[in-house]
Design a protein around this ligand. Structure first.
Ligand code: FES
Length: 203
């Protein structure tokens, strides 16, 4: 099984897992793959058969929405791993901040970024969006950490917003309760100042 994340990732309130059921994928066992997904009955995830996904030579093909992640050559034994990745993408959002700001937040018991005052919310990214956000807004900055945030534990409202409906970003509308932060991960950079996706967030 291979995976290819597409950069146009959007709101993960619910997910659909599309399993191609067209001719070539069916010959390669797509019906059994779809049946294996449907046995899982995962909350907030819909498993559906669909028409040709345009990559018939690498079937069975699976496409995850709204994450827009492709899986190739999927077999029934791959299904639990794919489903776990889907659930992880729905439950985790990420926020980049300076290390000293996170240390300060831990002492205070609550985290707020300066955008909470200026824009009314704390900017976050989904795992697929993270590198793009880092390179766009934090290039050449050092001593940064990524806060890994468990969506289910965040007290303020989270809205998925943006100009492009296919690429919505999670925004936290209030101070972040720090017990929603499950981990803080160092954000390392290349010599040219661009960032490296930490192994802990590798897809
Ligand atoms: S038949 Fe499945 S991708 Fe074309």
């Amino acid at each position: 099984m291979n995976q290819n994340p597409d950069n146009n990732y959007s709101a993960p309130a619910k997910s659909s897992v599309l399993v191609c059921q067209h001719l070539t994928c069916r010959k390669q066992g797509a019906a059994k793959v779809l049946a294996a997904f449907r046995q899982l009955k995962t909350p907030n995830v819909i498993y559906e058969g669909c028409g040709c996904l345009g990559n018939c030579g690498n079937g069975p093909m699976v496409f995850i929405l709204p994450a827009r992640i492709w899986y190739y050559l999927v077999q029934p034994h791959d299904v639990p791993k794919v489903a776990a990745a889907v659930i992880n993408s729905m439950n985790t959002i990420l926020h980049i901040t300076q290390r000293h700001e996170w240390e300060q937040a831990k002492n205070l018991g609550t985290y707020r970024s300066n955008t909470l005052d200026s824009e009314g919310f704390i900017h976050c990214s989904t795992p697929i969006q993270l590198l793009g956000s880092a390179n766009r807004f934090f290039k050449n900055q050092t001593d940064l950490v990524i806060l890994k945030i468990d969506v289910d534990r965040v007290t303020p409202e989270i809205r998925y917003e943006g100009i492009d409906a296919n690429n919505l970003f999670p925004h936290i509308y209030g101070e972040l309760n720090i017990d929603a932060v499950s981990d803080s991960i160092d954000l390392e950079s290349h010599p040219d100042g661009s960032f490296v996706l930490p192994d802990e967030l590798g897809n």
